[in-house]
Design a protein around this ligand. Structure first.
Ligand code: SF4
Length: 472
């Protein structure tokens, strides 16, 4: 964030969406603890404190938010993954709204107004239709603090990977907003003054290919009409590579980059976690197809499956290097509450701790088949070697050679030029790896001069992950 002078990557889209469902007459104040401190004055001002949290926020909720609210006598209403999958731990302290709130928010509002809240709220009618979900209240955040804005087209994913809690929370049917609804949301973002990247935070953007194509066609026309200074990134499954039409629509619609759950190059481990969509072809070739199609690929990888051989670290390293997946988010397998993996390990007597929600801190919450120390140390070594400057830059060059960018281009801003200047100073002068950086920059200028902006952005990403790996 210090390269781009921002405080956080993304705004809290869940809270902004819930805020839009609350009565217009209520006064709302949003405190994003990623960008600002929670002040006593905020708590004193509030009648109720509505909190949204993921599992990784548990410590902050337990040690800061709940005690401070209790001291000031404030009632807390909690939602999001932390409470949806683990509300029992907060019984008596937090009134929990489980799952998506579209169909139960009216009851919550009624009970807040009358002062008689239930312990928990949960829709009895399954997963809600998102075509009535309102436009998020962008006015409640200061956009300048964020590197990226977030938006959502769909919820749910048709696949059923064993370790995934998304299908537990959002179901296996992709529920999409309508194209018109999305264009209204995008118009609102543009009207609020946003320029830059917008992240479609969907569980799997291509979960319903027919509907997503319909939306993308509308998005291409909207872009031609409005000429917005925004581009998009999102998350999808690797079967994106099988659909040339979809790929060919995403790029002109403004998609620049896609995060794919690749997980592992070991076929037995993919079968073990039932990641069936990754077993139908040559994974490396699928990645290259998407890169050639004009999208950068970010990849999620996991080590710690029962079928991982002892050479797993080298296998992961080789796969990531040869496919040029610059941003490779490698984590240790984690058993998240209520997932099928959690149930299986519980049944096998192999669970030994609750997940912290942080899969890069080098901690396992179950007994692995490989030796625990071997796995944790190998993981830390893998991360460090992946983000060694020379190795990393080599990987980005592999990607740049494959990458065919042809989507809309955003104008460079003063912020981009400042980030470029900072990157030269920090990576080219202050830090270890400066020689590799200058060599990389020279190679980019000679071989891929038109790809300089993504090359610099990727150098900055690499620096970030090097810092993460250093802490392991
Ligand atoms: S494809 Fe991704 S979102 Fe869908 S079930 Fe698998 S891990 Fe979860």
């Amino acid at each position: 964030m210090r390269f781009v002078s921002k405080r956080a990557a993304f705004p809290p889209l869940g809270l902004l969406t819930v805020a839009a469902m609350l009565p217009k007459s209520w006064n709302l104040r949003l405190v994003d603890m990623d960008v600002t401190r929670l002040r006593d004055a905020d708590l004193r001002w509030a009648d109720y404190v509505m909190v949204s949290a993921m599992i990784v926020h548990k410590q902050s909720i337990e040690e800061e938010v709940i005690p401070r609210c209790q001291r000031m006598g404030r009632t807390i209403i909690g939602g999001g993954p932390l409470f949806t999958t683990g509300h029992e731990e907060f019984a008596g302290k937090v009134h929990a709204v489980l799952g998506e709130c579209e169909e139960i928010i009216a009851d919550v509002i009624h009970d807040m107004e009358t002062g008689h809240l239930e312990d928990t709220y949960q829709s009895g009618r399954g997963f809600p239709d998102v075509t009535n979900t309102p436009v998020p209240r962008w006015d409640l955040v200061r956009m300048r603090h964020y590197a990226t804005m977030s938006i959502q087209f769909s919820r749910g994913c048709p696949f059923d990977c064993e370790f995934c809690d998304i299908t537990v929370m959002n179901g296996r049917k992709s529920r999409n907003k309508t194209p018109d609804q999305m264009l209204i949301e995008l118009d609102a973002l543009v009207a609020a003054g946003w320029k830059g990247t917008v992240f479609f935070v969907d569980d799997n953007f291509i979960g319903n290919k027919r509907q997503v194509k319909e939306f993308l066609r509308a998005l291409v026309q909207w872009r031609a009409r409005r000429k917005p200074q925004i581009d998009f990134i999102t998350e999808a499954s690797v079967n994106l590579a099988d659909d040339k039409e979809l790929l060919a629509l995403m790029v002109p619609a403004g998609f620049r980059s896609v995060f794919l759950g690749i997980e592992t190059p070991v076929p037995e481990s993919l079968k073990e976690c039932q990641k069936v969509q990754n077993t139908h072809g040559d994974l490396a070739e699928m990645v290259r197809t998407i890169q050639r199609g004009g999208l950068q690929v970010m990849g999620g990888f996991i080590v710690g499956f029962d079928h991982d051989p002892r050479e797993i670290f080298q296998l992961q390293f080789d796969f990531i290097q040869k496919t040029g997946i610059a941003v490779a988010m490698v984590g240790l397998l984690t058993a998240l509450p209520k997932t099928r993996l959690y149930q299986r390990l519980l049944g096998e007597g192999r669970l030994d701790a609750a997940s912290t929600g942080n899969n890069t801190e080098g901690v396992l919450n179950f007994h692995p088949k490989l030796d625990r120390e071997f796995l944790i140390n190998g993981y830390a070594r893998l991360m460090r070697s992946l983000y060694e400057p020379a190795t990393y830059y080599q990987r980005v060059l592999t990607f740049l050679a494959e990458y065919r960018p042809h989507g809309p281009r955003l104008r460079l801003t003063l912020g981009d030029l400042r980030a470029f200047g900072k990157s030269l100073w920090i990576m080219g002068v202050l830090h270890r790896g400066r020689l590799a950086f200058w060599k990389y920059l020279a190679t980019v200028l000679v071989r891929h001069p038109r790809k300089l902006p993504p090359a610099i952005a990727l150098a900055i990403h690499g620096f970030h992950y090097r810092m993460v790996a250093k802490g392991l």
